[in-house]
Write a protein that binds this ligand. Structure first.
Ligand code: 218
Length: 190
């Protein structure tokens, strides 16, 4: 195995672990009745920008497994299909942020700050949006009976997952922008 493969595998484990630590030790910050900020996806995005889509999807997948294994998923686990979708599939999809890696790398090399930040935001949006598409669909299929009386499963899922998507994505964008000056070299892995 090549040296860079071993390094990538180590980083997958480390960044999945970091996401899990944030998951256990940070509380979402409520900024209103609907939106609360939570930057737990940031480590997966950082790995996605550094190593690309596949390693980041593996890290997201491991984070999903860790949540289930450590009992962190208990409140959000209804049955096997729903759990598989919302923890293994949804969390893996966060890694799709890595799709912008080639463009981000180019703009980082040319030291174009605004362009680099834009690509990072675009990557985070891709990962978060695909993840939350799964939660939205799972909301429709499995969570409809939790809707308040008179509210359709569609509207309920859109409200719950839409606000959660906004809070998680916004928090990660803020975290990524604040970290940017310190991580430019880290993001240019090769
Ligand atoms: C309407 C509705 N309620 C709850 C869920 C479950 N859900 C939503 C978002 C994120 C996660 C993963 C843990 O953070 C879960 C389990 C849903 N999909 N829809």
């Amino acid at each position: 195995m090549q040296k860079s493969n071993v390094a990538t595998l180590a980083e997958i484990a480390i960044f999945a672990g970091l996401a899990m630590v944030l998951d256990v030790f940070t509380q979402p910050l409520a900024i209103g009745p609907w939106i609360s900020l939570s930057f737990k996806m940031t480590p997966i995005f950082l790995l996605a920008f550094r190593r690309g889509t596949r390693p980041a999807m593996m890290a997201g997948f491991i984070w999903g497994i860790l949540q289930v294994a450590l009992g962190q998923a208990a409140g959000g686990w209804l049955n096997l299909w729903q759990g598989f979708l919302e923890y293994f599939v949804a969390f893996s999809l966060i890694g799709l942020a890595g799709l912008i890696k080639p463009w981000l790398n180019k703009s980082l090399r040319k030291e174009r700050t605004l362009q680099s930040l834009t690509f990072m935001a675009l990557g985070a949006l891709i990962g978060s949006l695909t993840r939350y598409t799964i939660h939205f669909i799972a909301g429709l299929l499995f969570w409809g009976s939790y809707a308040p009386k008179g509210q359709s499963a569609l509207v309920y899922s859109a409200i719950i997952n839409g606000s959660s998507f906004l809070g998680e994505t916004l928090a990660c964008l803020i975290a990524l922008f604040l970290l940017y000056p310190f991580i430019k070299r880290f993001l240019m892995a090769n």
